[in-house]
Write a protein that binds this ligand. Structure first.
Ligand code: IMP
Ligand code: MG
Length: 184
């Protein structure tokens, strides 16, 4: 298969992502001074972003991971399934969920509700990319890397059919005609 043909133009070169990650890290450092958060990356898509963001935060943060699989993305019945839970005790802690993409908001709304069950001091989200759907949803991320339009993207941890997570740039994916995007 001609994998390169799956990828269309570069939306965000690695250097531009790195610059934005530095800015977000500086903002988070200011906002959480004196109360370092538990930074929880959502696997697998946010792995690269979470690691880079964590290094851009100048506070003694704790890093943790959660993994979910999402069924029926975009439908109201599709409920995420937990593949790996958060290890840290969140009670009384400031939690910062780090996600690759906010699309319909299903995944983050569900994760935030789960976190709140543990009576944390606060729960906020940082997303690298926000798609237009998100505007109508109840999840309002505190930090957003970039707003993008409704196309499928891959690279910098984000996959298309589990491929391209290793790329430094974020690309627009050229989807096969009449085939909808796979859920991750
Ligand atoms: P939501 O639950 O509808 O907000 O969808 C968010 C999840 O869908 C993210 O965690 C991503 O894993 C996945 N997703 C949404 N758009 C894309 C994309 O363009 N490329 C890869 N994954 C995506
Ligand atoms: Mg994901």
């Amino acid at each position: 298969m001609a994998l390169r043909q799956e990828l269309a133009r570069v939306l965000f070169p690695g250097e531009r992502i790195a610059e934005r990650v530095r800015q977000l890290g500086a903002e988070i450092t200011r906002d959480y001074r004196g109360r370092p958060p538990v930074v929880v990356g959502v696997l697998k898509g946010a792995a690269a972003f979470t690691v880079d963001l964590g290094r851009a935060i100048d506070l003694p943060i704790t890093m943790d991971w959660v993994a979910v699989s999402t069924y029926g993305r975009g439908s109201t019945t599709g409920e995420p399934r937990l593949l790996k839970d958060i290890d840290e005790d969140l009670t009384g802690r400031d939690v910062l969920l780090v996600e690759d993409i906010l699309d319909t908001g299903t995944t983050l709304a569900w994760l935030m509700a789960r976190c709140r069950e543990h009576a944390p001091a606060s729960v906020h989200c940082c997303v690298l990319l926000r798609k237009p759907h998100a505007v109508t949803k109840p999840v309002v991320p505190r930090y957003v890397g970039f707003d993008i339009s409704q196309h499928w993207v891959a690279g910098y941890g984000i996959d298309y059919a589990e491929r391209h997570r290793n790329l430094r740039d974020i690309h627009e994916v050229r989807l096969p005609a009449a085939v909808s995007a796979p859920s991750s």
